[in-house]
Design a protein around this ligand. Sequence first.
Ligand code: PHE
Length: 457
Amino acid sequence: MDNNKLQGREGFGSKAGIIAAAAGSAIGLGNIWKFPYITGLYGGASFLVVYLICIAFIGVTVMLAEFIIGRKAGKNAIGSFIKLAPGKPWFLAGWTGVVAAFMILSFYGVVAGWSLHYIVKAATNAFEGLTPEYVGNLFDGFVSATFAPVVYQVLFMFMTGYIVAAGVGEGIEKYSKILMPLLLVLLIILDIRALTLPGADLGMAFLFSPDWSKINGEVILVALGHAFFSLSLGMGTMITYGSYIGKREDLAETAVQVSIADTVIALLAGIAIFPAVFAFGVEPASGPSLVFVTLPNLFNRMAGGAFFATLFFVLLSIAALTSSISILEVVVAYFIEELRMERKKATVIATVSITLIGMLCSLSNSASLGPALTFGAFGSFFNWMDKLSANYLLPLGGLLICLFVGWHLSREEVAAEIGNEGELETPYLPLFLFATRFIAPVAIAVVFLNGLGLIRF
Ligand code: PHE
């Protein structure tokens, strides 16, 4: 496997390691916390259909495009554009990624902190015997406190920084490989329990029988944004990870496998949550609290509920961790390679600054300081970070990435990179190029203009 290694650079050790790391990045709070709650907010099954279309037609294309850029250049999100297009403004596409990384990780750390706190709650049997309404109050009480959520956020960010400081191969691969399959098994157990609740069919209908009248420009904008968020696209994560992938791996196959794994996990989470939502009389459109309120009720109905609850929040926190390290790595790899910093120093600077922004996100949910940190169209500072990054910056980054691969790189360069210099057959090349040149950019542009109300169909 030696000629598969990258010269003088850290890299992933094996095929299984790459999939684990890239899927570890993709699978996270986006699948288990965000997907169910926005599906609930934006109409259920019809939202799901739009989301799946975005994954299939745009997501897979952008992921492969990012892998190509990263592995070809062998550099971070910004450095890759500088190397492949010296003296041209393409590096701005990398910049939107680094900015998005700051914004996403700031609120992501807060939600991951909630998950850490719920490990403690579950392990101390705090949900036992509570009515569904009371489980909801418990969540609201915690999130609106001033200090406690910040403490857990800081703890989570410390863990993220600690792993990233250790470096790519050592840190990232090791955790994902064992724990993601365990998460899959646990979700299947939860699905079985949820599907045997009285009223489960209402939840399944909500998730799988579309009501097309619920689709509008905003729904499509959110679905597209979430496709990017969930697959970790549009901000250079997969460029950075692509730069660690060996020269003999099949990039297209990897992109497809990661996208499928990510989608399966989101669907399994939805199948655990929506039947329970209807069975316990939780409002499907109740927003960010959805998972934290619904699942504890489900655990209350299971034999060994406290055990399963603890295991679940441990795995959710680890899934969040394998994603958060991939977000931080975008910033750290840039600091190391372009600003010539040492890894430890780069990690400390990035982690501390993101944690500080994240504190504002957390405080914007608190009863004490929330009103001072809530303003304008998106409301709380937490929401601003979430919506601006997921709905606008990531699709914008994805648009630029597609244009770069489709129009800046030559057909021969793309063919050589996905075909491993002639080693692999690439019958999908014309389709892929067509997608990067036309389908994805036009679709993203139209969704943007429509979502912003500038055009209407
Ligand atoms: N995809 C991750 C999740 O679903 C979040 C993420 C977004 C990670 C962007 C990297 C880049 O939780």
